[in-house]
Design a protein around this ligand. Structure first.
Ligand code: ZN
Length: 253
């Protein structure tokens, strides 16, 4: 056995010092030739961002946003209000049919931290059932109005297997900012691997859509892909929302 190994070793001697030196030289020459390529800035091929829209569906806002997303082949997540889903069933169905994800914002745009667990369960179930009946889609995520919640809301959401989700970057479009100001908000925070908050039924829908188009155009130039929250959840921990200190909040009113 040992003899066998020794004889094989002799047949394949280690490379001589001259051979190693030659290989090192060749590698250095290759590095010089390709230096320019190595300094070209590269965006990771798997770069992504998540677009989320609160407050819809809205006949103008949601329609404009759906058109833009379609043009750039981008999928997003919409946090809808149950009462508006009931009013604009076609729009809600169109959103789901185009492959976007639908989450819950609430039945109406009310402050859920003022509701008991039972009231929250009733409100969420009604919204969940309405979205399910209209679209047939499964709902996984919930984001309460203003991102405000208390322990009662968390318990209610968990009992219905809903995941409470916040955001990393806010466009602040609901403040009716100008397009450059919305762009400034997004650019200063950066969007790669971030969950971004927009609104399809607050602020100026035309300005929101123009800012959104800027984001879609520039991100596609950099090779970033817009994905849904479900797809993102396989890549990173989603931004959460913490229960607020209700006493501090009441004293600030
Ligand atoms: Zn809202």
């Amino acid at each position: 056995m040992v003899d066998d190994l020794l004889s094989r070793k002799e047949k394949h001697p280690p490379p001589a010092a001259a051979t190693i030196a030659k290989a090192v030289k060749q590698h250095a020459e290759w590095e010089d030739e390709h230096q320019e390529e190595r300094h070209v800035p590269r965006v990771p091929a798997d770069g992504y961002f998540v677009l989320t829209f609160d407050d819809g569906p809205h006949p103008l806002g949601t329609s404009l946003i759906l058109e833009s997303l379609e043009r750039f082949n981008c999928k997003a997540t919409f946090f809808f209000l149950g009462a508006e889903v009931e009013k604009y069933k076609d729009l809600c169905q169109q959103t789901a049919k185009l492959g976007h994800e639908i989450g819950i914002h609430g039945w109406m745009h009310t402050r859920v931290e003022r509701l008991t667990t039972t009231e929250n369960i009733r409100m969420l179930t009604r919204t969940l059932d309405t979205i399910k009946t209209v679209t047939g889609a499964d709902v996984r995520y919930v984001r309460p109005p203003y991102g405000r919640l208390n322990e009662s809301f968390l318990v209610a959401a968990e009992s219905l297997d809903l995941i409470v989700t916040g955001w990393d970057v806010s466009s602040d479009d609901w403040r009716s900012l100008s397009k450059p100001d919305i762009i400034k908000n997004l650019a200063s925070e950066g969007v790669n691997e971030k969950v971004i908050l927009f609104h399809d039924a607050a602020g100026d829908p035309l300005i929101t859509t123009e800012a959104l188009e800027w984001l879609l155009r520039s991100s596609s130039e950099f090779g970033l892909k817009g994905i849904s929250l479900s797809e993102c959840s396989a890549l990173r921990t989603l931004p959460s929302l913490k229960p607020m200190d209700i006493k501090r909040w009441l004293s600030a009113m």
